[in-house]
Design a protein around this ligand. Structure first.
Ligand code: PEP
Ligand code: MG
Length: 592
């Protein structure tokens, strides 16, 4: 047993787990290399055919299981892998290597995969980087079949174990986490917004991703602690550390249970101000968890995830069915569906960003307006679904009135088209995300031409502070309580109130219980956050007074430095809610 090592990664899914490591992808096969004789060529090609068929059957089985457990959303990536098994670019190269270079099928697959991957690696785009992993995955599957290895996770992780992997596909994650009682997982790769992290959050399994080298360090059966709230893992912890974290985990679980007990109570302050606590979702399957946590609707459905990890585009029918499912599951609660925030690193397969600076490029609404046929399919799907529940439609990344008007025009054109086709629709409220400084500064004008505003603090802070959201070196400048941000938030909220329209917040800032008084002070009508944050925010809000929030906000706006504002907020929250924040949000023994 080695000595205790603490590693930092990204906090992908909250919760604490203490258990033993179960590495799932360390069994990398060593590909055999052999020269073959001319007479063996046909035999090798026959073995290749059989391996491809076997791989396809295995994937079909995985797909069925995933569909049963997770619904059809998570099967797209498996479909893509199955298509890759039939990809001529790959297969003709493998056959050529067997025939001309006279190498065995395993080695031919390995070389063909390498060649395709190197073609992808010339493209400096996150999306294509991920596709390289897919080619690897498919190649390895064929090779293992050629070698007669049992490919699927034939040795299931024992209950309570902690899965360690270089990376996990969403399909692996769904199967592993659902069928087995896995306590947590840790990966070398990935980000908070990778599919895998999202599936983990939806299933409420603690996860730390982006750790860098965990799969090289963790031995099967070694003890490990996963703190999914702080993004910390402790490998080979001392007995004392284990017991500290066991206690922290018990506190966390007890606190969660206690919070859940009040989930159905109204989110109303002691002075009678009600705020809707809604959820941010990426997949329709997250609705159940949202309701379990007492969410009162969806404040942000990030529909671009419909496009992720697939080669084809969703058609109108798929949009319609997906939105209808979410609307019906939540009716009569409101569901705010955001049109695609595609672009930058979030692109459908085949599309490619040429932007030097993706965050400032052809993203979100700009991308949709540039691709009107694609946008139209989504708008028509939304409008058709509108009759099945309480829909609100929201446009992301609006920079000014021109874009808002163009988006509304496209929406009305789709509506008119459907009317002509005799299809019934209901006109939903249409709103915008305020997430660019330009939109914040003219929020008063924008508010006159839409029916609600929703503040996206993740991007608003990124663009205001000029910090790339993905760049950990400038993450210290991510300060929701910076005076520049607070002034903008105040202006946006007042603009909405003056126009008589609701203002919500759906950025991460809305889900931090420390911010509750400030958010009440701003007079927001809805806060939207990941499901797991709803109970604690509700607890704090129910004990808070909106009038106190207003007074605090006034004081904060008199201060200047972000650090002074943050100190004041912490002091006030500690005074007003002694113990409350420490128990829940700060359950871990390590303080950050
Ligand atoms: C935001 O920018 O705050 C937001 C909620 O949208 P996303 O995180 O999807 O960009
Ligand atoms: Mg955003």
């Amino acid at each position: 047993m080695g000595s205790s090592t603490t590693l930092m990664g990204l906090a992908a899914s909250p919760g604490i787990a203490v258990g033993r490591c179960w590495p799932v992808d360390q069994r990398k096969v060593k590909t055999p290399k052999r020269r073959i004789e001319q007479e063996e060529v046909q035999g090798e090609l026959g073995r290749l055919r059989a391996a491809l068929e076997a791989a396809d059957e295995q994937l079909a089985t995985v797909r069925r299981k995933v569909e049963e457990l997770e619904g059809s959303e998570h099967t797209a990536i498996i479909d893509m892998h199955r298509m890759m098994l039939k990809d001529e670019m790959l297969l003709s190269e493998v056959r050529r290597l067997v025939r001309d270079d006279k190498v065995n099928a395993e080695w031919a697959v390995k070389r063909a995969v390498r060649k395709i991957k190197s073609a992808f690696s010339d493209i400096a785009d996150e999306y294509f980087k991920e596709r390289r992993a897919d080619v690897d995955y498919v190649g390895e599957r064929i090779i293992k079949n050629l070698m007669g290895e049992v490919v699927d996770l034939e040795e299931p992780p024992p209950d309570g174990s902690i899965v360690i992997a270089h990376d996990l596909s969403p399909a692996d994650t769904a199967l592993l986490l659902h069928e087995r009682k896995v306590a947590a997982f840790v990966t070398d790769a990935g980000t908070k917004t990778s599919h895998t992290a999202i599936v983990a959050r939806a299933l409420e399994i603690p996860a730390v991703v982006g750790v860098g080298r965990i799969s090289a360090l963790a031995d099967k059966g070694a003890w490990i602690i996963v703190d999914g709230q702080r993004g910390i893992v402790v490998l080979n912890p001392s007995p004392q550390e284990r017991s500290d974290y066991d206690d922290a985990r018990e506190r966390w679980l007890a606190h969660e249970r206690e919070l859940m007990a009040t989930r159905d109570l109204p989110a109303t302050t002691v002075d009678g101000v009600s705020v809707r606590l809604a959820g941010n979702i990426e997949f329709a399957e997250e609705v159940k968890s949202l309701l379990d946590h007492g969410g009162e609707g969806v404040g942000l459905y990030r529909t671009e995830f419909l496009y992720m990890g697939r080669t084809d585009l969703p058609d109108e029918e798929e949009h319609y069915r997906n939105y209808r499912q979410v609307l019906e599951a939540l009716a009569p609660r409101p569901v705010t569906i955001r049109t695609f925030d595609l672009g930058g690193d979030k692109l459908p397969t085949g599309a490619r960003s040429h932007d030097e600076n993706p965050a400032l490029g052809l993203r979100a609404l700009r991308y949709c307006l540039r691709h009107p046929d694609m946008f139209r399919l989504q708008l028509r799907g939304l409008l058709r679904a509108s009759v099945h529940g309480n829909l609100r439609v929201m446009f992301p990344m609006v920079s000014g009135l021109g874009e808002l008007r163009a988006a509304k025009r496209a929406f009305m054109e789709s509506r008119e088209e459907l009317r002509r086709e005799g299809i019934e629709t209901r006109m939903p409220p249409v709103g915008i995300m305020v997430e660019l400084p330009s939109a914040a500064v003219i929020a008063d004008r924008l508010a006159k031409e839409c029916e609600f505003l929703s503040i996206g603090t993740n991007d608003l802070i990124q663009y205001t502070m000029a910090i790339d959201r993905q760049n950990k070196d400038v993450a210290y400048l991510y300060r929701p309580l910076h005076l520049a941000v607070l002034r903008m938030l105040k202006f946006i909220c007042e603009a909405g109130q003056a126009a008589g329209i609701p203002v919500s917040m759906c950025g991460e800032m809305a889900g931090d219980p420390l911010n509750v008084l400030v958010l009440l002070g701003l007079g927001l009508s809805e806060l939207s956050m990941i499901s797991a944050s709803v109970p604690l925010v509700k607890r704090v809000l129910r004990a808070a007074s909106a009038a106190d929030g207003k007074r605090l906000l006034e004081r904060l706006l008199e201060l200047s430095a972000a650090s002074d504002i943050e100190r004041e907020v912490r002091a006030e929250m500690a005074r007003k809610f002694p113990g409350l924040l420490e128990n829940g949000a700060r359950a871990s023994p390590i303080t950050g």
